[in-house]
Design a protein around this ligand. Structure first.
Ligand SMILES: [Zn+2]
Length: 301
């Protein structure tokens, strides 16, 4: 994934030298192409151009057969009138695209996320990542292709309604480099309400995780860190999930995310790939495309 990230950034830089720009769909194509065969994918015809945007279903699949699914929307940070912009409230500050992304994630029962393409843009100077170490910050280099959970993105937009210029820097501070998401999740995660969750969840959060469980843990950790900043008390009631999910008893705590974030994230962690995903992406079968998505990618982690 690191090599794929470097490849995308160099292609962006080359386009930029030509005075041209790559749109988000092209950036995703470059990324998946460069990461193949560690990533297998299928693309669909976009029948609802301009309406749905380019949501992709990404599944992180490990050797045990477990997987973690995320519905992603690609975005890039760009320079306009001397200022860095990240249009999370697209289109026209309506936020319609984000609402659709979150609603669609509910239908697929996976978390929603942005994948941010920040690479190849010299203008990114001035942004600082979550653990910034200048000059030549290594984490910033890895943030050329990064993940921003949609619930965090929504908070960033909400907190900056009067300061749109702060959206890009605040969002950038919260991103996780895509390649870091696939590294092992060694650190213990101690979310708010830790003592009230099941022993199974405690064990999961406290011990090192790799593969799909690791990706889900790192994704969840980003949200749990944000949750600690909100004042509301922890809701200890739980929601019972279906048997395909690795964790079937999850807290319904909402915090400031206005959705139960444990459920939102961990519903994406499954015992096996949905059969349609396996059939279309891994076995190459030509099946009717799922509605409203631009493609499906399976990352072998
Ligand atoms: Zn940095």
């Amino acid at each position: 994934m690191a090599a794929a990230r470097v490849e995308v950034a160099s292609r962006v830089a080359r386009k930029s030298e030509q005075g041209a720009d790559a749109n988000e769909e092209l950036l995703t194509e470059w990324l998946l192409d460069a990461a193949w065969p560690s990533v297998e994918y299928v693309t669909f015809n976009r029948r609802e151009e301009g309406v749905v945007g380019a949501d992709w279903l990404w599944w992180f699949l490990d050797e045990t057969g477990e997987c973690f699914g995320v519905l992603v929307q690609a975005k890039k940070i760009h320079l306009r009138s001397g200022r860095l912009h990240l249009e999370l409230d697209y289109p026209k500050h309506s936020g319609e695209q984000m609402r659709r992304l979150l609603a669609s994630a509910d239908e697929f029962e996976v978390p929603a996320s942005y994948v941010l393409y920040c690479g190849g843009h010299p203008e990114r100077e001035g942004l600082e990542c979550g653990s910034h170490d200048p000059p030549g910050c290594e984490r910033c280099a890895r943030c050329d292709v990064a993940v921003l959970p949609a619930l965090i993105a929504r908070s960033v937009v909400f907190l900056n309604l009067d300061r749109p210029q702060d959206v890009a820097p605040d969002a950038y501070r919260a991103v996780i480099p895509l390649e870091d998401l696939m590294a092992s999740a060694d650190s213990a995660v101690l979310p708010l309400g830790f003592r009230e969750v099941s022993d199974e969840l405690k064990q999961y959060l406290m011990t090192p995780q790799i593969g799909a469980r690791g990706v889900a843990k790192l994704f969840f950790d980003a949200l749990s860190e944000q949750r600690k900043g909100a004042f509301s008390s922890f809701a200890a009631t739980s929601e019972i999930m279906t048997s395909e999910m690795v964790f079937t008893d999850l807290p319904t705590d909402v915090g400031h995310f206005s959705t139960p974030y444990w459920v939102h994230v961990l519903r994406g962690l499954r015992r096996e790939l949905p059969p349609i995903v396996r059939s279309m992406v891994l076995d190459g079968n030509d099946l009717p495309q799922p509605e409203g998505i631009a493609g499906i990618a399976v990352f072998h982690v």
